[in-house]
Each structure stands twice: as structure tokens, then as C-alpha cells.
Design a protein around this ligand. Structure first.
Ligand code: SF4
Ligand code: SF4
Length: 354
């Protein structure tokens, strides 16, 4: 009990280091695709070939995964659209009870406002000490967003969801609200507007920017040019200072902003066409489990196995030959702009990004 109280007082990053040192060769960051169902048709989607194939992790599979893992620091509940699962609150509670993640992050297309609000309240009904972040996807302003998402009225619905979640946040400060925007060559002006709206109108806790990645459904979409990214990056670093200062105060805020700057500098090398290989922590610190049972180090690499063929025994798969082989190759050097993994590289091995 004493240890639990002491841990509450530490920042997530310190807890991450502590849990990393105590773990038994298991990840502390899990991205779990709980369903492949989705009610949007985003041009930016890199998961589009897997969507709506009828795959969902069954409750007993989720229990087995949760039982096999040790303490987590970060749990990303993904999909498809995660809020299409009615038992999303139970899934979160299961992990909170067994794996004690400090942060649960759920990205959403924010189409079903009432369902999302109800589910978020359901998740927060767990009285544990955790932070729940809901990341609303917004790639443009007004109809521009609807076009990217292939859903008329998506922008208005997303705004309604943001409003509803702001009310919940007033009641429970464990809820944090962010927007995640995919940065592309054609939406730079919209990105600037969204960053501004997020800060002044929606009072977000953070605004994430993802560079277009993987093989998007709309093959005509392209990542930003170096000049475009330089402009957006400058703006994002300035805003990060504001968001991080709010969360961590003076020195913590300054260090997190420096981290943001280093990450963007690293991404710039990729955009300029001379990417730099680093020894990536994916496959060590992080793990992705797809709704069909496939296990990945990250979504950009091939799976290292499927849990069905391992009788849902995660540790056996994670330490089997395919995983060992891919881990060795990733450690020798790999590169990408996948924010979820590069932020973990930044936390655990920042010197690799300098
Ligand atoms: S990006 Fe997300 S919301 Fe859009 S189609 Fe893919 S899974 Fe659905
Ligand atoms: S650098 Fe990117 S692609 Fe390579 S293993 Fe890490 S997350 Fe995956």
C-alpha cells in the first residue's frame, strides 16, 4: 500500500522507468486494437485493408492478454473505432485492475457523441489513479474534415463530442482531452486553424500532430514538404510549451518542450529524405496486438506471430524466434515518424534522437 501511495506522487516518466526496470521482458506500453469495425472511411487510414473484416478480441482473449502482461504504463485502446465496442469500459477496468496503467489513451473519430460520453463516464467509474485521454481526430476545419473522413457532418459531431467531454472533464480531472491531427501537404492552413481553435476555443490538454504514415487509403495524399513541416513544427513547439507548462510546470515543461523540439528535428530528417536509423525500443518497451490476434512491434512492421497459433500465450510468442530475430534487426537500426513509438524512444533513450 505504501508503495502504491509513493508511486502516485511520481510523474509517469519516473514510474515508466521504475516499471521498466522491474518487468520480466514484457512491454510496458500496449496498443490494443479491440475491434476492426469502423464507421468512417478516412483517406488517411493506414489500417484500411484490415477494417470491417469481422475481427474483435473476445472478452476471454482480453483476459488472457491482460493476465499475461505485467504492469503497464501506457495503454492505447485502438481500432477501428474503439467506441463501437459496448464493453470498452469493462476492457479498461480489466487492465486497470490487473496491469495498473497510468495512462489510458483512446483515439476516436468522435462521431457518436452520446455513446462516447456514456462510455467515458463508464471508464471513469473505476476509482483508480489513472489518466484517461480521449484523442479526437480532426484533420481539417468544417467540410474539409468531412471530406478526409468520408463522413458528412463528422466535423460538427466531433465538436459536439468535444463539448460533451469538456463537461465530463469538469466533473473528473482524471479525464484529459486532446485533438490529434494528421499533417499532410494539402491541409497545412487547416492545421494552423485547428491548433489555434484547440488552444483558444476548446481548451485542450494537448494537441498531437501525426505526420501521414503507412500506406493511406487515399493514395493521392502526401506528407508535408520540409518547408511546410518547418512552419508547423515551430508553431507546435511554441504551443507545446503552453500545454506542457500547464501539466508539469517550470522545469518539467521546459524539458518536455525540448523533447518535442528534438522529435520534430528527427522527423525533419525523414521528411527531407535522409532518415536517420536509431535503435528503436518498439518490440521491447512497446507492443501492438491487432483485433485478429496478430502481434506487432509496431504497425509499420510485419507481425511476429498470431496469438491464436500460440493458444493466446503472449510470453511464448513474444520470446519466440521470429520476435527475437525482428528485435535484433530493429535494434540494429530503424526509422519512422510514428509518434506513439518515437515518444517512447524519447523517454527511454533520448540520446539516440539528439
Ligand atoms: S483512421 Fe480510424 S476512424 Fe478513420 S477509417 Fe481508419 S480506423 Fe476508422
Ligand atoms: S522505428 Fe518505427 S518502424 Fe522501426 S521499429 Fe520503431 S516504430 Fe517501428
Amino acid at each position: 500500500m505504501k508503495a502504491v501511495v509513493a508511486e502516485r506522487m511520481l510523474s509517469t516518466e519516473i514510474v515508466a522507468w521504475k516499471r521498466l526496470s522491474h518487468r520480466k521482458r514484457l512491454p510496458v506500453h500496449l496498443i490494443l486494437f479491440i475491434t476492426d469495425r469502423c464507421n468512417a472511411r478516412c483517406g488517411t487510414c493506414f489500417y484500411w485493408q484490415n477494417l470491417n473484416q469481422g475481427e474483435s478480441l473476445l472478452p476471454e482473449h482480453i483476459e488472457k492478454i491482460s493476465d499475461a502482461l505485467g504492469e503497464l504504463v501506457w495503454l492505447d485502446i485502438s481500432g477501428g473505432e474503439p467506441f463501437l465496442r459496448k464493453d470498452i469500459d469493462w476492457i479498461c477496468h480489466r487492465f486497470l485492475d490487473c496491469n495498473r496503467p497510468r495512462n489510458i489513451n483512446i483515439p476516436t473519430n468522435a462521431i457518436q457523441t452520446a455513446v462516447i460520453e456514456r462510455s467515458v463516464r463508464g471508464i471513469l467509474a473505476h476509482r483508480g489513479d489513472f489518466r484517461l485521454n480521449i484523442a479526437v481526430s480532426l484533420d481539417g476545419v468544417g467540410e474539409a474534415h468531412d471530406r478526409v473522413r468520408g463522413v458528412p457532418g463528422n466535423y460538427k459531431k466531433a465538436l459536439a463530442t468535444i463539448e460533451a467531454l469538456r463537461r465530463v472533464r469538469e466533473e473528473d480531472p482524471r479525464l484529459s482531452l486532446s485533438v490529434v491531427t494528421t499533417v499532410m501537404r494539402h491541409n497545412i492552413e487547416d492545421v494552423k486553424q485547428l491548433l489555434d481553435l484547440g488552444l483558444k476555443e476548446w481548451k485542450l490538454d494537448y494537441h498531437s500532430l501525426n505526420l501521414l504514415r503507412g500506406t493511406p487509403m487515399d493514395g493521392s495524399l502526401q506528407p508535408p514538404t520540409p518547408e511546410q513541416f518547418a512552419e508547423i513544427s515551430k508553431l507546435q513547439v511554441r504551443l507545446s510549451r503552453h500545454y506542457f507548462d500547464g501539466r508539469w510546470g517550470g522545469l518539467g515543461g521546459w524539458m518536455a518542450t525540448l523533447g518535442r523540439f528534438l522529435l520534430n528535428r528527427y522527423y525533419m530528417q525523414e521528411i527531407e529524405g535522409h532518415p536517420r536509423d536509431i535503435s528503436c525500443n518498439a518490440g521491447d518497451v512497446s507492443c501492438v496486438i491487432d483485433a485478429n490476434g496478430d502481434v506487432y512491434f509496431c504497425e509499420l512492421l510485419k507481425p511476429v506471430g498470431n496469438l491464436k497459433t500460440y493458444n493466446w500465450e503472449f510470453a511464448r510468442l513474444w520470446n519466440d524466434l521470429l520476435a527475437i530475430d525482428q528485435r535484433q534487426r530493429v535494434r540494429k537500426g530503424c526509422h519512422c515518424t510514428h509518434e506513439c513509438f518515437q515518444t517512447k524512444n524519447l523517454i527511454f533513450t533520448p540520446w539516440r534522437l539528439v
